[in-house]
Every structure is written in structure tokens, then in C-alpha cells.
Design a protein around this ligand. Structure first.
Ligand SMILES: NC(=O)C1=CN([C@@H]2O[C@H](COP(=O)(O)OP(=O)(O)OC[C@H]3O[C@@H](n4cnc5c(N)ncnc54)[C@H](OP(=O)(O)O)[C@@H]3O)[C@@H](O)[C@H]2O)C=CC1
Ligand SMILES: N[C@@H](CCC(=O)N[C@@H](CSC=O)C(=O)NCC(=O)O)C(=O)O
Ligand SMILES: [Zn+2]
Ligand SMILES: [Zn+2]
Length: 379
């Protein structure tokens, strides 16, 4: 029986309040309205940002909500006016929308898009309402995606169709972590061959920066992580060096160490931890005159970055990027093809797998230190 135009009853992992485990609930998913797409979610990754928002430190965190933003699935139905995808398309959810018409999209200077960002940050669809109900209550959306549900509704600008031959338990990871790191290295950083780089934090994002740097033929690719288990991971993805900052000799800082290893400082550094102290080290480990530090990590509400302005006066550059600077609708299908052809590694990132009812274990995995990405099957 067709579900088109009907409310769908299905399961979802609901975040009722900050800091509490998710609970598996029967929810109602309303039909998509104009310029919206309803997607049967097949797989979702669990990103550090989901844990960040669930913890309660995200200024945009609203509850009750359905988290998840690293998802892949199949279009179940479309609302009026949707032309960019059709029923049956294999799609990836985009937390960085691309409308192709707004000031941002037309600027050619950024992958950020202004079309749905304001409502997305409030946990609602562009018309200000939600498409989820549970126990008689509305549930908020998350990052325009809400992939911890068997069905979700997204704005059409927040969905991209990809090669249906690509396995959705892999393409879901291109919806955030891998694309973010790979894009930061290959799009945001204008990395020349032989550049010396340092990557702070060897999770999915950091290791993806490493694979992007290898692709750009960087020189030294130094990974810094406080967890020694990450050394093997870093080397597997092509890092030339690994440093655990907690094991440096007394009196030697991580900045001293990196400056010494790179004859004066790195050409590019990347923060993939979300720790503002690490962000400062990453900036100060850059080469005088030209070194660029790219902030990727998401820091908690109230946290601020600091450095001596002299660091910038003397030519170091602080910048940041969302989704690696990748334009989702324009560029993600190509990245999926790059995965299919073996140019981008995805399979290696999957260390843990769960069914929807094991989703809280996926959050525990993330904190246990031996997890790069847990993939959750929605069926
Ligand atoms: N800007 C954007 O578009 C995006 C940003 N993010 C953000 O990027 C960051 C990384 O995400 P993800 O890879 O999923 O996270 P992970 O938790 O998988 O990886 C973070 C890594 O950093 C390590 N780490 C923690 N503290 C330090 C420190 N002081 N020095 C060095 N290493 C440290 C962690 O070690 P341990 O294993 O011991 O915890 C872990 O290996 C997060 O802040 C996330 O919110 C994610 C996606 C997109
Ligand atoms: N809601 C947070 C900001 C969180 C944030 O910076 N998100 C990143 C993506 S993290 C993905 O895992 C991002 O894309 N930022 C740009 C954006 O427009 O949201 C807060 O308010 O601090
Ligand atoms: Zn993410
Ligand atoms: Zn736009």
C-alpha cells in the first residue's frame, strides 16, 4: 500500500532532554510539504557533533528532538515543487544545504547557504513547523536532517541524489565526517605539494584530513592525539608522524615540538578536537609569515579562542570550515564516485555497527576511544 500523502508510523531514537540516553519510540512522520522530501533512512553514522548537542552544550540544542545528520536513504515521497530528486532516488542528507540561489550560494566564496539555516538552527522546517510527533507532542528536527529515524523529512535543498550502486552504509559517512576532513584538506586549504601539516585529533574527521593531505601530496603529515591507540590509525591513513602531547619531555610544548619537526612551523594545521586550547596550539604551531590553521572542531557554548594578536600580525592565519567547504548538491555525487573508484577510503572508518535499538551503545563507543565511526542500521 502506498504511503504517499499519508502519515507514516515508524521507529526513531528520541532525545527527550539533554544528557539523557535516547529512547526508541513509535513516532509519526507527516507527509512532506512544498519543497520538502520524505526519506526512508537506511543507515546513519553517529558523529561527535550528535554527542555534543545531546550533552546540552550546543546553544542551538532543542529538545525533544530527533538527532542524527550523517544519513543515507531512499526518497519515499516528495512535496509540491520538488524537481531535484524523485521517488526512489538514493540520497544523502545535507546539514549544509545548497539552494544555488542565495547570496552565499551565488558568491562562489563559500559552501554555506542561507536558504534554510535560520529555521534549521531552531529545529523546525522552513515553514516554522515540525513533521514529527510522538506521544501527542511535536519533536524538533536536528541540523535539517534528523537521521536517527526510520523516516525523516528534509528541505529539498538539504538532499542530494547519489549513485544508487553505492552502498548506503558507506555513503552515509560522506554526509559528514569523511567529507568534512577530506574537504578541509583538499578544498578549504589550498595545500601545495610538499606542504607540512599537523592534524590535531585522529577521529573520523582528523583521519579524513590525513587522507586529503595524502591526496594533495603533502610533505610531513603529523597527527597529534592524546590516545596512543590512534597512532596505528594515523599511520594506516598515511600520516608520516604521530605525537602524543602528553608524553613530551617536561618543558617541551606541542608547539615547540611541531616547530622543531617542521623547520619553523607547519604550512597548515587542522583542529579536529573542538578543544579551544588545542585550537590555540594549532595556530601557534603554524609557520611565521604564511601558516594557516583551520578550525573544524565544534566548541561548547561559552568557549572562546585566544592568542596573542602578534601571532596574526606575523602572518599566521586563523580560519575555519563547515562540511569541509564542500557544496553538497554540486560536489557530493562526485565524492561518492571517488569512493566507488577507490580514490577516497570510506570502508576503513567503520569500526562499529548497531541496529537502531543499540544506538546508545554507538554513543558509548565514541567515548571509549577505539571507535572511528559507528554505523547504525535503521531497519
Ligand atoms: N566543522 C564541521 O563541519 C564539523 C565539525 N565536527 C567536529 O569535529 C570534531 C571531530 O569530530 P570527530 O572526528 O567525529 O570526533 P572524534 O571524537 O571521533 O575525534 C576526536 C579525536 O580528538 C582526540 N582528542 C581529544 N582531545 C584532544 C587533545 N586535547 N589533543 C589531541 N587530540 C585530542 C580524541 O581522542 P579520544 O579518542 O581520546 O577521545 C579523538 O581521537 C568534533 O568537535 C566535531 O563536533 C565534525 C564534523 C563536521
Ligand atoms: N550548533 C552549534 C554549531 C555547530 C556547528 O558548528 N556545526 C557545524 C557542523 S558540525 C557537524 O558535525 C557547521 O556546519 N557549522 C556551520 C553551520 O552553519 O552550522 C552552535 O551553535 O555552536
Ligand atoms: Zn557531523
Ligand atoms: Zn543557498
Amino acid at each position: 500500500m502506498s504511503t504517499v500523502g499519508q502519515t507514516i508510523h515508524c521507529k526513531a531514537a528520541v532525545a527527550w532532554e539533554a544528557g539523557k540516553p535516547l529512547t526508541i519510540e513509535d513516532i509519526e512522520v507527516l507527509p512532506p510539504r512544498a519543497h520538502e522530501v520524505r526519506v526512508k533512512v537506511l543507515y546513519t553514522g553517529v558523529c561527535h557533533t550528535d554527542a555534543y548537542s545531546l550533552s546540552g552544550v550546543d546553544p542551538e540544542g532543542v529538545f525533544p528532538s530527533i538527532l542524527g545528520h550523517e544519513g543515507a536513504g531512499i526518497v519515499e515521497s516528495i512535496g509540491e515543487g520538488v524537481t531535484s530528486v524523485k521517488v526512489g532516488d538514493h540520497v544523502v542528507a545535507l546539514y549544509t544545504a545548497e539552494c544555488k540561489e542565495c547570496k552565499f550560494c551565488k558568491s562562489g566564496k563559500t559552501n554555506l547557504c542561507g536558504a534554510v539555516r535560520a529555521t534549521q538552527g531552531k529545529g523546525v522546517m522552513p515553514d516554522g513547523t515540525t513533521r514529527f510527533k510522538c506521544r501527542g507532542q511535536d519533536l524538533f528536527h536536528f541540523m535539517g536532517c534528523s537521521t536517527f529515524a526510520q523516516y525523516t523529512v528534509l528541505a529539498d535543498v538539504s538532499v542530494v541524489a547519489v549513485n544508487p550502486e553505492a552502498a548506503p552504509d558507506r555513503t552515509c559517512l560522506l554526509g559528514c565526517g569523511i567529507t568534512t576532513g577530506y574537504g578541509a584538506a583538499t578544498i578549504t586549504a589550498k595545500m601545495e605539494e610538499g606542504a607540512n601539516i599537523a592534524v590535531f585529533g585522529a577521529g573520523c574527521v582528523g583521519l579524513s584530513v590525513v587522507q586529503g593531505a595524502v591526496e594533495r601530496k603533502a610533505g610531513k603529515i603529523i597527527v597529534i592525539d592524546i590516545n596512543n591507540k590512534k597512532r596505528e590509525w594515523a599511520e594506516k591513513f598515511g600520516a608520516t608522524d604521530f605525537v602524543n602531547p602528553t608524553e613530551l619531555p617536561e618543558g617541551t610544548t606541542i608547539v615547540d615540538k611541531l616547530v622543531e619537526m617542521t623547520d619553523g612551523g607547519c604550512d597548515f594545521t587542522f583542529d579536529c578536537t573542538g578543544n579551544v586550547g588545542v585550537m590555540r596550539n594549532a595556530l601557534e604551531a603554524c609557520h611565521k609569515g604564511w601558516g594557516e590553521s583551520i578550525i573544524i572542531g565544534v566548541a561548547a557554548a561559552g568557549k572562546e579562542i585566544a592568542t596573542r594578536p602578534f601571532q596574526l600580525v606575523t602572518g599566521r592565519v586563523w580560519r575555519g570550515c563547515a562540511f569541509g567547504g564542500v557544496k553538497g548538491r554540486t560536489q557530493l555525487p562526485g565524492l561518492v564516485e571517488d569512493y566507488m573508484s577507490g580514490k577516497i577510503r570510506v570502508d576503513d572508518f567503520i569500526t562499529h555497527r548497531h541496529k537502531l535499538d543499540g544506538i546508545n551503545t554507538a554513543f558509548d563507543d565514541m567515548h571509549a576511544g577505539d571507535c572511528i565511526r559507528a554505523v547504525v542500521e535503521l531497519e
